[in-house]
Structures are given as structure tokens and as C-alpha cells.
Design a protein around this ligand. Sequence first.
Ligand SMILES: Nc1ncnc2c1ncn2[C@@H]1O[C@H](COP(=O)(O)OP(=O)(O)OP(=O)(O)O)[C@@H](O)[C@H]1O
Ligand SMILES: [Mg+2]
Length: 511
Amino acid sequence: MASEYVLEMRGITKIFGPVVANEDVNFKVRRGEVHALVGENGAGKSTLMKILFGIYQPDAGEICLNGKRAVIKSPSDAIGLNIGMVHQHFMLVPSFTVAQNMILGVEPRKGITLDLAEAEERIRELSGVCGFTIDPEARIRDCPVGVQQRVEIMKALYRGADLLILDEPTSVLTPDEAEELFEIMRTLTHQGKTIIFITHKLREVMKTAQHVTVLRKGKTVTTLPIDETCEQDLALQMVGRKVELYSGKDEVKPGEEIVKADGLRAMDKYGRWCLKDIGFTVRAGEILGIAGVAGNGQDELVDVFMGLKKLSKGRIEIDGRDVTGKTSDVIRSLGVGYIPEDRYERSMIRDASVAENMLLGFERDERFNGFGLKTDAIKKWADKLIHEFDVQPPLLDVPAGSLSGGNAQRAVMAREFALSKRVIIACQPSHGLDIGSIDFVHKQLLDRRRKGYAIILISSDLEEMLYLADTIAVMYKGELISSFPNRDVDEKRMGLLMAGVRDAEPEEEAR
Ligand SMILES: Nc1ncnc2c1ncn2[C@@H]1O[C@H](COP(=O)(O)OP(=O)(O)OP(=O)(O)O)[C@@H](O)[C@H]1O
Ligand SMILES: [Mg+2]
């Protein structure tokens, strides 16, 4: 008789040097369900899934698929066993079309030439099955993140996946896109597919999953049917103690203007205008929130601000100094802390140690450098930072690239908060963080606001925006289409503005 469980992982242990990432983990998933996997940053979720997908080999334990022992030595073994994985960082080729990406590595052939027509046909067929459509000829670089994610999902299905692993799929999506993803997940499970869903948002767990497994510090805490638990209970199980959230915000009277941007214009790498005459000011003790669906020019705005991209026109001032066209070194030396969205790519050297990463931006600081690097001083200081921000594991010598998503985020934040004197730019600061850590980061930002920092917050999380920002500006197709004090806004109006609807006049849809 076929097993009730499509997947059973038993006694899985995985050790990385001093870190026990998974310890005797048991994880069983029923066919046709959405099974949520939750836990704090560094609890071992991604590691367990990478073992299932053949990226890592466990040090102990076994995996059974449909009741049969399975040996998964590589991702191609996993794919052969009908397992698919959508990573948080997509692995698509931007200049290729949807169809070309879909068939990479499994190209259907006609003689010696590629049979793209057949691939496009299969994609149309799969679109019907999944309940979403994708234009096979669209180029990935022109597709919004939500669509790229669907391409990843369809790519896994194209390779025959019955068991689909989604590692934090919603952290890159807007609330509407997340809803659409849940609909797709429902459609797929109705067809007998099984989905393992990693998320930090417990509301999403309650909404989509039939079972949930909680990991804490590498061990399985419990597996529960969804109707026997609730958000508070899950938070408690994850953290092991009660978590208090959203403590409220002080009144702060904004002071002098610290950041001034005027008439900013810039082009993207394809020669299209991505910033069209943008202007704003941020005062001491003020958080300016820039809201908007990703891809409407927010990244480019941050890049020109940080000196990472050339302006065609316009002027930027920090603390009365004209910094237009200055390099990012100069801008950082003025005390601008920068938390980029893509921490791994932009603000860490993966192969360097955590301690060395904490030094980035402080290389010329005389506390750490003078007749050579002062190793002891650096270690002491890096140690203080990682303890303050509770980076796990609290080890200075491990490569930064081995930190879990959320812990990498905390390490970058610890450094940037230490570096900043007057200004902080925080891009999606809570992406990938567990609930306790989000609260911690929010408190840090509010603390700097109280100390008179000018803060620019870029976030697609409306709840976060409404909680933190004093002023909210909405970005749409390279323009700031509206700007208003937080008290004048509600979520519905924000949603409309983000879709480009200004003054109740519908605009052409964003592509
Ligand atoms: N390749 C690696 N080398 C060394 N340590 C690693 C490696 N991969 C993971 N770890 C460690 O294993 C632990 C678990 O990491 P994992 O990425 O599984 O956590 P996670 O639950 O996915 O966390 P997050 O929510 O932050 O993504 C962490 O302490 C991490 O530092
Ligand atoms: Mg992870």
C-alpha cells in the first residue's frame, strides 16, 4: 500500500564545522497538502530543504519518498525523483525569454536543433493546469518579480515536480501578488501536488497550510494540523518565549532638513528613463517612506543616492553639502548607513569572515587601522556588534556567506547602524527576518529617529510602512506620484496609488 506520506525525513542531522544546522530532525508531509515550515532565522529550514533537494548531504538520517528509501546526491537526482525547489534568489537568465529559461538543461530537440515551438506549447499547456498564464516569448528582464517567480514554479513543474519546495516565496511579493501565489498553490494541491512552504509570516501559514512544522535551533519542535494552532501559539513555539510586537511610536518633532533631492533624472541600462524628475526632503527625526511595487524606480533612486549610478540631471544634498555625482565612499564617509535589499550581493563579501565583513566601510578608521590592521581591536568591536544584533552563530571566523538569510541581514544592519551618523537608507529592512527580529529592527530605526537621524525607508510591506513612516511617498513608473503625512493615509488608498491610480483616475496598467 502506498504510504500516506509523500515525504518522510527521519533523524536528519547536518553539521557545518561548529554549527549544528539540523539535529535529529523528523519531518513528514502528506500527499496533496501545503505543509508550512517555520522557525526563527537560522533554525535550519533552508538547510533541511537543501538536503531534500540534494544540495547538501546529511551527516545522519534518511529520506523516504512515497514510502521508499531515496538517495538524493544532487539536484538532478532530486529532479529525477519529481522534487522541485524555488529558491529565494531566482536562478533565471534575464536576457532569455520565458520559454528559453524554462527549457534550460532539458531542451527538447528536433534533430540537432532546439524545438522551442514544442516548449512553448508545453508552457501553454502547463498554464492551463496551474491556473496562470505566462507569455512564453516575454523576456525575463521585462517581467515583474511576481511573474519571474511563476516562471520558476512552472520551470519546476516542466521538469515533472510533484513535490514543490518554496523557500520564502512571499518575501519578494506585494500583498496582491502573494494572494495570487496562494491561489496557484491551491490549484496545484487540488491536482495532487504537494507543497512545502517556508515563510516568516504566520498569517500566511494559517491561511494556506494544512499542517505546520516548527523548527527551533535545528530541532523539530512540533508538527500540528493547522486547526489546532494559531499565530500566537506558533510564535511561542518558534521562539520558546512570549514575543511582544508593535510597541508603538513616540512623537518626534522633525528638525532641520538633512537630505534634499531635487529634479533627479536617470536612465536605466536599456536607455529608458527610470527616474523622472524626483524631488524630496528628509528632516532630522523624520522617516520618509517610499512605497511602491518593486521595479518602479526605487532601486535606481537608491543607487543614485548612494553614488552607485549616474544622474542625468538633478542635485542631491546631505547636511547642506552638495554630493551630486560623488562616489559611494564619499557618501558613506558623511555618515550615511545603507541597508541594501540584496545583502549578499551588495554589502557582504561571502568568502570573507564575519569579522572582516564588519570592517567594510571602516577600513580607514584609526581605531582599526594604523601601521597595519589592529586585529584585536577589530575582533573586539565586531564581537560587540554581532552580540548587540544577536547574529547567530555568534562566531567571527565563519565565512559570511554561510550565515542564514536573516542572520546575514542582521550582520549588515549592525555594521551600517554603527557606521551611520546622520542618515540611514533602509531597503526592505525586514525581508527575510523572523517576527522577533522584525520588531528589533523597527525599534532600532525608531531609536535613530528619536536621535535625529534622517531615514529613508523603502518597503513594499504596507504594514511596516504605515507603522514606521512619518511621511509616505508613492513611487510609480519612475515618479513620486504622491506624498503625504502618514496620518492622512489608509491601506486602500495606498494600494490604489501603488497601482498608479492617482486622484481616482485609473492609469494604464504597470507592466
Ligand atoms: N554552507 C554552510 N556553511 C556553514 N554554516 C551554514 C551553511 N549553511 C547554513 N549554515 C548554518 O546553519 C544554520 C541554519 O541555517 P539555515 O540557512 O538552514 O537557516 P534558516 O532556518 O533557513 O534561516 P533563515 O530564516 O534566516 O533563512 C545557520 O546557523 C547557518 O549559519
Ligand atoms: Mg533560510
